[in-house]
Write a protein that binds this ligand. Structure first.
Ligand code: HEC
Ligand code: HEC
Length: 495
């Protein structure tokens, strides 16, 4: 009798423990696959999960009310859009965010957070999305700064957040408990940790819209290297025709990726793109994550930019008209002075041009070191198809493709030259201060409009005298006679 009572109690206790374990698993770890994107690769690129929700994801309802409660910490009144993110009318999330259930629905950034873009052909026009574009408007640094400030604010507490959430969503009682006692305190803690992890960046010049210091966070976080005080601010790169970055060029040299050619493997650059955003090698073992990244790799291999609006077929009084004869002359000049480095048939296309030769700001090159390359090659777990071998340290910058050149402004690896016309001026004559982040195409000069009231209102001031922001070097074409420059400029705008 006594014995069976004990057994019953033990059984009851075991049952409670099992239920508790299942409950905790449901609330904290259970993952549910995202619904598929029906073969729409642009949608999948813009909103598909890259397996980082566990590490970085913010519970959806917290993420949703943060801009309402803490709008002062954002650059403008339009919520997350004010960070320069493209948000299609009626869409649930801005481009660059995915939503996935890991315990609860969580929101996380993906590749499109940085690799997106927009443009307008007239000030009144609506911005048009450029899929996987060069991130021309995005204030990447603004997002962690917003989260850090919100997280540190005393109003970030369960009472205030739950009031804001229940105003817009009739949350079931059990979920209220999980938010109040689990997700809100845990998110506050995680935001505090994230703020500490990014504190080093406050000592460096601001990233500004369209730029980020992409590899110092990797060095200090993932590769566990000490803060070496370097500045690696670089312009975001578009992901068009990445197939042209593979293999060897006509002269038998390996083609390279990233501004300084630190890798020669598109596959590894794609996987480490996700690693940098918080995907772990454990998650990479999931078929869903591996397959998603594989599809992204194939997608960016063949993706084309939107065609240039500059054309000789437009009427002569159209601001985007270019004269056919001038264009032909420009094409010939390009063949003579630029194609060897910039056209896919050129002998130096996608290879690293030594820093002494190209002469641009060297901070980005000095940021990446042999030790960092070795550590990244040795990084990670033992998943199949995992482990890197292509990282290296090269002292120079890649002769990048000119595909979609009309959308790639501001130009050079640090985005220090606002327009194509300025690229053809000697460095001393290039603007010392301009604004970046406005998406109106500059019909006269190529690139985006970078001065005037609207550019100043929506953009960030770029000061070329700050470390890492220098606009020297790349003197190709700067000595040509003015008429040749006009012809070359007309041609460049059409690329
Ligand atoms: C936080 C911003 C950010 C995110 C998120 C991001 N990237 Fe990038 N990516 C960059 C920047 C900036 C560069 C250029 C950096 C440099 O070399 O200095 C770059 C470069 C690249 C390149 C090299 C392009 C070339 O022409 O050489 C590829 C490929 C790439 N990223 C793919 C991805 C993929 C795939 C993802 C998602 C799994 C991703 N990136 C996520 C910012 C980002
Ligand atoms: C010897 C090789 C070489 C030649 C010749 C050359 N370039 Fe470049 N170009 C580069 C390199 C390297 C970069 C990247 C430098 C950097 O970002 O610091 C670059 C970058 C650029 C960019 C910026 C691209 C972007 O996405 O921001 C433009 C525009 C450009 N070149 C135009 C030209 C034009 C026009 C000519 C011919 C008059 C030319 N280049 C000739 C090597 C070359």
């Amino acid at each position: 009798m006594f014995k069976s009572k004990l057994v019953r109690r033990l059984l009851a206790l075991a049952l409670v423990l099992v239920l508790l374990a299942v409950g905790i698993w449901m609330i904290a770890f259970r993952t549910v696959a995202q619904s598929d994107f029906g073969g729409d690769m642009a949608a999948e690129f813009n909103h598909g999960s890259i397996g980082n929700e566990g590490a970085q994801g913010i519970p959806y309802w917290i993420w949703r009310v943060l801009p309402t409660l803490f709008n002062d910490y954002l650059p403008g009144p339009s919520g997350y859009s004010s960070l320069g993110l493209f948000w299609a009318p009626g869409a649930e999330l801005p481009v660059g965010f995915s939503k996935k259930v890991v315990g609860t629905e969580r929101v996380s950034i993906n590749c499109a957070f940085c690799h997106q873009g927009s443009y307008r052909l007239s000030p009144e026009g609506l911005p048009r999305l450029v899929v996987a574009g060069p991130g021309n408007r995005v204030a990447v640094q603004g997002y962690p700064r917003f989260l850090a400030q919100a997280g540190a604010d005393p109003r970030f507490n369960a009472d205030t957040l739950m009031d804001a959430i229940t105003l817009i969503y009739d949350m079931p009682w059990w979920q209220r408990l999980t938010y109040r006692y689990l997700f809100i305190p845990a998110t506050k803690r995680a935001l505090r940790q994230q703020a500490m992890a990014f504190a080093w960046s406050d000592a460096n010049p601001d990233w500004l819209r369209g730029r980020i210091d992409p590899f110092n966070p990797v060095k200090y976080g993932i590769l566990r290297m000490g803060n070496d005080g370097t500045i690696g601010n670089s312009d975001m790169m578009p992901l068009w025709r990445q197939d042209l970055a593979e293999g060897e060029n006509a002269a038998g040299q390996a083609r390279s990726l990233h501004w300084d050619g630190l890798s020669t493997s598109l596959h590894e650059v794609v996987v480490t793109g996700a690693v940098g955003d918080g995907m772990s090698w454990r998650n990479y073992r999931r078929a869903s994550v591996r397959e998603r990244l594989g599809r992204i790799e194939d997608y960016v291999r063949r993706l084309e930019p939107p065609p240039s609006p500059f054309s000789s077929e437009r009427p002569a009084d159209d601001p985007f008209h270019v004269d056919a004869g001038v264009l032909a002359r420009g094409g010939a000049l390009y063949g003579q002075h630029c194609a060897d480095c910039h056209s896919p048939q050129g002998s130096r296309f996608r290879t690293v041009i030594p820093i002494e030769e190209v002469g641009t700001d060297r901070h980005r090159v000095d940021m990446w070191t042999t030790e960092a390359a070795e550590r990244y090659n040795g990084y990670g777990g033992k998943g199949e198809d995992w482990g890197f071998s292509g990282f290296r340290d090269v002292d120079g910058y890649v002769a990048v493709p000119h595909i979609g050149l009309w959308l790639r402004g501001p130009y050079l690896h640090n985005g220090s030259v606002p327009t194509l016309r300025d690229m053809l001026r000697p460095p001393a004559k290039r603007p010392r201060l301009f604004y970046r982040g406005y998406d109106l195409i500059n019909a006269a000069d190529g690139g985006f409009v970078s001065s005037g009231p609207e550019a100043e209102r929506v953009g960030d001031a770029y000061d070329t005298t700050l470390p890492g922001n220098d606009n020297t070097g790349h003197r190709y074409g700067t000595e040509l006679p003015d008429t040749d420059k006009e012809a070359l400029l007309a041609y460049l705008k059409t690329l």
